[in-house]
Design a protein around this ligand. Structure first.
Ligand SMILES: NC(=O)c1ccc[n+]([C@@H]2O[C@H](COP(=O)([O-])OP(=O)(O)OC[C@H]3O[C@@H](n4cnc5c(N)ncnc54)[C@H](O)[C@@H]3O)[C@@H](O)[C@H]2O)c1
Length: 396
C-alpha cells in the first residue's frame, strides 16, 4: 500500500541542512516517477534569517524557528534532523514520539549513552528512523563495494583510508559546536564516522581496532562575533575558548578478512573535504578519491604482465545510482557530494511511501547501524586511552 502524499520538513538549515532541503526538492527527479506527491512544508532553524532564506531557496512553503512547531504539525510526515550532534537526541525522540519518520544526520549523537537511548526509541517507534551516513550513496564507493562483494577483487588483504578536512587548519577558525564535547567527538566523530562506515561498507565488519592516537593540535579558538554556519570563517573576538576534542585521529583495524588503517583530520590544510581510500584484494585493487568523485581506479592481477596497473574508470550507465538515475547518465558527465543527498532522500521517501526495497534503492542505514558506528568510534577512543591497545568492536 503506497502513500498518496508526504509532507516534508528539515530541522537545521546550516551546511548539511541545505543539502537535505535541496535533496527533497530533487528526489523526484532522479529515476522514474514512483514517488507520491512530495509537499515541501517547512525549513526550521533557530536562526530565522537562515531558515527563511533556505525555505525560499529550496521552495518550502514556510519557515519555523522552533523545532516543536514541526513536531506539532500533523501535515508533516517526514523530517530530517540536521542540527549539532548534541541536539539530535532531544529532537529525534520528540519527533518519533509524534509518529514522524526521521532521517537523522550522523553521528547519531555525541555520547554513546544518548545514541543507545535513540536506538531504543527507534526500535519502539511506529515510524521509520534512519541515519544519514551519506557516503553509502557515492556511486564510486557503491561500485567498489560491488567489486569486493562479487569477488572480482578476491579476498580483501588490506584497506587504507583517510578523510582529511581543513576547516580547523587555521588557528583563527572560530569556535563552534564541532570543537566541544568529549574526546572522540571531534574529527573522529565528524568525519571518522563517515570513513569507518565506508571501510565496513566495503570490507565488512571490523573485529577490533588498535594503535589509536587522538590529538588536539590547536588547543583554543577565538569566539565568533556572529553565527557560524558549517565551516565558514568570519569575524572573531579576542576571547579564546578551549578546544575540548580531537583535531586528528588515526588507528588500525582487523576485518574478518584483512586489516586496515584509517586516518582523519580537520587540520589538513588544502584538503577542504578529501575522503579517499584504496582496497587491495587477492585478485585486484581499487581506489576512490572524493576529489575525482565520478571516477574509480581499478587494477587486476590477471591483466597481462606488461600492462598491470591502475586504469581509471569513468562512472556511467553501467554503475550504481548513475545508470537510470541521472537525466544524462553517460560516463564523463560527472556528479558529486550533493547528489549523494538526493539519492539518500529518494531512498528514504520511497521507504516511507511503502515501496518495497526490491523495487527501490538500498535502504538508508538504521539507528542500530548508527549505534554500531558510535561503538566502533568508542573502541577507538578506548584504544587511544590504553596507549594503543587492541580493543574489540562491541557487537550490537
Ligand atoms: N552527511 C554529511 O555529509 C554531513 C555534512 C556536514 C554535516 N553533517 C551533519 O549534519 C549536522 C549539522 O551539521 P552542519 O555542518 O550543517 O552544522 P551547522 O552548524 O552548519 O548548522 C546547524 C544549524 O542548526 C541551527 N540550530 C542550532 N540549534 C538549533 C535548534 N535548537 N533548532 C533548530 N536549529 C538549530 C543553527 O542555527 C545552524 O544553522 C551534524 O550532525 C553533522 O555531523 C553531515
Amino acid at each position: 500500500m503506497t502513500t498518496q502524499s508526504l509532507g516534508v520538513a528539515v530541522i537545521g538549515a546550516g551546511m548539511a541542512g541545505k543539502a537535505h532541503a535541496n535533496a527533497y526538492r530533487q528526489a523526484g527527479a532522479v529515476y522514474a516517477p514512483t514517488l507520491p506527491d512530495i509537499r515541501l512544508v517547512s525549513v526550521c532553524d533557530l536562526n530565522g534569517a537562515v531558515a527563511e532564506e533556505a525555505a525560499a531557496r529550496f521552495g518550502f512553503e514556510r519557515h519555523d524557528t522552533d523545532w516543536r512547531a514541526i513536531v506539532d504539525d500533523p501535515s508533516i510526515d517526514v523530517v530530517s534532523v540536521v542540527v549539532a550532534n548534541f541536539l539530535h537526541r532531544e529532537v529525534v525522540e520528540a519527533l518519533l514520539a509524534a509518529g514522524k519518520h526521521v532521517l537523522c544526520e550522523k553521528p547519531l549523537s555525541d555520547t554513546i549513552e544518548d545514541a543507545e537511548a535513540m536506538a531504543q526509541a527507534a526500535r519502539n517507534a511506529s515510524s521509520i528512523a534512519r541515519i544519514g551516513l551519506t557516503y553509502k550513496r557515492a556511486p564510486g564507493i557503491a561500485f567498489v563495494r560491488e567489486l569486493v562483494q562479487s569477488g572480482r577483487l578476491g579476498n580483501v588483504l588490506h584497506f587504507s583510508g583517510r578523510y582529511w578536512t581543513d576547516y580547523g587548519a587555521h588557528p583563527d577558525a572560530p569556535m563552534s559546536w564541532r570543537y566541544q564535547g568529549p574526546n572522540g567527538s571531534g574529527a573522529l566523530a565528524d568525519v571518522g564516522s563517515h570513513l569507518s562506515y565506508v571501510a565496513e561498507f566495503v570490507c565488512g565488519d571490523m573485529k577490533n581496532v588498535s594503535g589509536a592516537r587522538l590529538s588536539t593540535t590547536i588547543n583554543e579558538r577565538p569566539r565568533p562575533l556572529g553565527a557560524v554556519v558549517g565551516h565558514t570563517r568570519g569575524g572573531v573576538s579576542d576571547e579564546m575558548v578551549p578546544v575540548e576534542n580531537d583535531d586528528y585521529a588515526g588507528f588500525t583495524c582487523e576485518f574478518e578478512h584483512g586489516v586496515g588503517t584509517l586516518e582523519v583530520s580537520r587540520v589538513a590544510l588544502a584538503h577542504p573535504t578529501s575522503l579517499f581510500f584504496e582496497v587491495f584484494g587477492t585478485k585486484g585493487a581499487a581506489r576512490w578519491d572524493q576529489r575525482s568523485f565520478a571516477e574509480v581506479d581499478v587494477a587486476f592481477h590477471d591483466d597481462p604482465d606488461d600492462v598491470v596497473g591502475y586504469r581509471t574508470v569513468q562512472l556511467g550507465s553501467a554503475h550504481p545510482y548513475v545508470g537510470g538515475g541521472f537525466p544524462i547518465d553517460i560516463a564523463g558527465v560527472g556528479h558529486g557530494q550533493n547528489d549523494q543527498f538526493v539519492f539518500q532522500a529518494r531512498a528514504f521517501l520511497e521507504e516511507v511511501a511503502g515501496i518495497p526495497e526490491a523495487e527501490s534503492l538500498p535502504r538508508n542505514a538504521s539507528f542500530d547501524d548508527g549505534l554500531r558506528n558510535m561503538r566502533l568510534l568508542g573502541a577507538v577512543v578506548k584504544s587511544h586511552e590504553a596507549g594503543g591497545a587492541t580493543v574489540d568492536v562491541p557487537v550490537a
